[in-house]
Design a binder for this molecule. Structure first.
Ligand code: PCA
Length: 209
């Protein structure tokens, strides 16, 4: 399978973004398992993130795209179900842009639903002892933007065939350097969790054949 995994670089007060580290590891593991997997680290800047996604999706034509982002302070993995056609940034992106009350794509639908099997992914994560929940809002910042952009590309061009977004907490080492010691999970657990999401999506694609 052709699989794209994205993470983000730092933003706001974060000097390291665990989503970048997890995305890189997951893509390595998928390549070891024989898939054609790529990872990209997106800047937390919406115009540049969009250009990168359009280019990579155009080149790879992925069967599956899973995007990852940090949600600082959560105690579990959140599998996002909905991407809203809205930008309402509460802090500027790293290029200093702060769009508010604007659609991501004026011609796109109000929302898209993730096309990975979100409920099954959450069930599998729990079966494997990884705390997880379904989430009905990815926010109105870059994470929602990237999820919507992937699903919009899928709708317009057919690629990625299936796309989803997962919010992750801090990894233990990042949290342990932060004031207040926010909630975290081990890196290996997060990597395993994202691999499970990919596996369940592959099963879904194979059922269609
Ligand atoms: N989290 C932010 C943007 C980048 C990231 O890792 C978000 O939840 O929108």
């Amino acid at each position: 399978m052709k699989i794209l995994v994205s993470g983000f670089g730092p933003f706001g007060e974060e000097d390291t973004n665990p989503s970048e580290i997890v995305a890189t590891r997951v893509a390595e593991k998928l390549r070891e398992a024989g898939h054609e997997a790529r990872h990209v680290v997106l800047p937390v800047a919406y115009r540049r993130a969009k250009a990168i996604l359009e280019q990579v999706v155009g080149e790879l034509r992925p069967d599956i795209a899973i995007a990852l982002g940090l949600y600082g302070g959560i105690t579990h993995v959140r599998v996002e179900r909905v991407a809203l056609n809205m930008m309402d940034f509460s802090i500027p992106d790293v290029d200093g842009e702060k769009p508010q009350d604007l659609p991501i794509d004026p011609e796109g639908p109000t929302a898209y639903l993730a096309s990975i099997p979100t409920r099954r992914v959450v069930e599998r994560l729990k079966e494997e002892g990884i705390p997880a929940s379904l989430s009905y809002s990815a926010g109105t910042y870059l994470c929602n933007y990237v999820m919507y952009t992937l699903l919009r590309l899928s709708d317009r061009t057919g690629y990625p065939r299936r796309a989803g977004f997962i919010h992750i907490p801090y990894t233990i080492d990042i949290a342990s350097r932060k004031k207040g010691l926010p909630a975290s999970l081990p890196l290996d657990v997060l990597v395993k969790g994202v691999l499970i999401a990919v596996e369940e999506t592959i099963k879904e694609i194979e059922k269609e054949k």
